[in-house]
Design a protein around this ligand. Structure first.
Ligand code: XMP
Length: 506
């Protein structure tokens, strides 16, 4: 595997994904928690950083922990840090070095740059630049404004590059990473979804033995794929629970439950609608609604988990970005849930945790799901928030409002599917607005609800743009909704991007 040391760059995860795309396993670790160099670590990549190596407080590491033992590649800050630590100079750039540049390979013999075409496009993004390199460093590539665009240290497999090979704008970045990871480090390209599934099932079998595991499923990709892996390992010693919280999509509970049964999972559906509605009654503030749902879910799950004798483990669908986030250079994020801090933990929280997907990115989870035969309609589902329609009904949630929004949502989502637009958008949904508007139907004046349609394109949900759905499609859906859903007389389409708006309205 490749060890990636993170100095806080926004692109660190992208480096990891590119390495994984080469079918080579890699892990990201923060620069201040460097794991011991074991024989399976074949090379080290130092990431970029928002910091400047010229700052006294800038993150630094002891290169001797791995240098000259395995090949090393410093990217941007990583390269500048090596240059500085080994006696070179890093200066503020005289001119801004951002965006596209053309890379001239100066040393055609360099294995790092082997096979790269002349003047290939690379992506620069740095405010500092390496002004002078120590004597034993050799420049292997330059750009028009950056002389030391890439260097190698003599007599060792240590390299630095000031551009970012991991971004798609560096057109031959993948080739460069292949050169480093496969040719220089000698990694075998055996990390595939099939090998991951086989290895994981085997190691889960060893780890779990005859123990019982309980898991809450949501119908989403992550929990479903995680459960499938555990089920393949231990069969019906995995007890799955799927809770109807009353704010799922129309018919979702029944449909998802059937899919799980078809997949052979040992699944129990729990109708807890009444409990959730009671907890939501009178609440209109978004965070209060989220907390009420979170708390109720824990109560329901704890109660159900108690009904299973001798459970030892709690299975979870945690994926790699969540793990990286919680150990990141920027410090643990504020994702610690409020229930961790109040009173005693519910009993199931004292179980040991098993998270078979905690080394995978989302697209890898989907690939593993495909390998395992998880139905395509589950793998291609849009993300759906845990608090469900409760945060799409602005203001207080009532069963009547849920029923209206479920109908509206089903017309929109099924419309997208029929028109082949569902897979074009990253997420879609509808909001029930807390206002009424005047309309006219037949000869009668109406005074009814307004709904908003929301569809976005995105890569990870962190930023998003509104989806430019065809006007005739929007017209058709709007017509359908107003004609078929009693109580709604107006439909609007949300054309805000994130930021500054968010995907959800609450
Ligand atoms: P926002 O609205 O912050 O949403 O742009 C980004 C993504 O997160 C989802 N989301 C949630 N998911 N619990 C969840 O499990 C929540 O409370 C929650 N709030 C937002 C949202 O659907 C989108 O995919």
């Amino acid at each position: 595997q490749i060890l990636i040391l993170d100095f806080g760059s926004q692109y660190t995860q992208l480096i990891a994904r590119r390495v994984r795309e080469l079918d080579v396993y890699c892990e990201i670790h923060p620069y201040n928690h460097i794991p011991e160099l074991t024989p399976d670590i074949k090379g080290v990549i130092l990431s970029g950083s928002p910091c400047s190596v010229r700052d006294l407080e800038a993150p630094r590491i002891d290169l001797d922990l791995f240098r000259k033992q395995v090949p090393v590649l410093g990217v941007c800050y990583g390269a500048q840090l090596m240059a500085q630590l080994l006696g070179g100079d890093v200066l503020p750039s005289a001119h801004r070095e951002y965006g596209r540049a053309r890379l001239d390979v100066v040393d055609a013999d360099s294995s790092l740059l082997a096979g790269l075409s002349d003047a290939s496009q690379v992506w620069m993004s740095h405010g500092d630049t390496i002004g002078r390199i120590p004597d034993n460093f050799k420049i292997i590539a330059s750009t028009e404004s950056v002389e030391i665009a890439a260097f190698k240290i003599a007599d060792e497999l240590t390299y630095g590059i000031q551009f970012h090979p991991e971004v798609t704008h560096s057109t031959e970045g993948k080739k460069l990473l292949h050169n480093f990871v496969v040719d220089i480090c000698g990694c075998k390209q055996t990390w595939t979804s099939e090998s991951f599934a086989d290895m994981t099932i085997q190691s889960l079998r060893l780890k779990l033995g005859n123990d019982r595991v309980v898991m809450a499923l949501s119908g989403g990709v992550d929990s479903t794929v995680a459960a499938t892996l555990v089920h393949r390992a231990i069969g019906d010693n995995l007890f799955c629970i799927f809770v109807d919280n009353g704010v799922l999509r129309k018919d979702e509970f029944e449909q998802v439950l059937h899919s799980y049964e078809d997949m052979g999972l040992n699944i129990k559906g729990v109708d807890a609608k009444a409990q959730f509605y009671a907890a939501l009654a009178g609440l209109s503030e978004p965070e209060a609604k989220r907390k009420a749902i979170g708390r109720t879910f824990i109560e329901v799950f704890d109660q159900e988990a108690h009904l299973i004798q001798d459970v030892k483990w709690l299975g979870q669908g945690t994926i790699y970005p969540d793990v990286i986030e919680s150990v990141s250079v920027k410090g643990p994020s504020a994702t610690i849930k409020s229930h961790h801090n109040v009173g005693g933990l519910p009993d199931f929280m004292k179980l040991r945790i098993v998270e078979p997907l905690n080394t995978l990115f989302k697209d890898e989870v989907r690939a593993v799901g495909r390998t395992l035969g998880v139905p395509a309609h589950i793998l291609s589902r849009h993300p759906f928030p845990g608090p469900g329609l409760a945060i799409r009904i602005l203001g207080e949630v009532t069963p009547e409002k849920v029923a209206i929004l479920q109908e509206v949502d089903a017309l929109f989502i099924n419309g997208l599917k029929k028109r082949g637009l569902y897979d074009e958008v990253w997420q879609a949904g509808t909001m029930l607005l807390p206002i009424q508007s005047v309309g006219v139907m037949g000869d009668e004046r109406t005074y009814e609800q307004v709904v908003a349609l929301r569809a976005v394109t995105s890569v990870d949900g962190m930023t998003a743009d509104w989806a430019h759905l065809p006007y005739d499609f929007l017209a058709e859906v709007s017509n359908d909704i107003i004609n078929r859903v009693k109580g709604v007389n107006r439909v609007v389409y949300d054309i805000s991007s994130k930021p500054p708006a968010t995907i959800e309205w609450e």
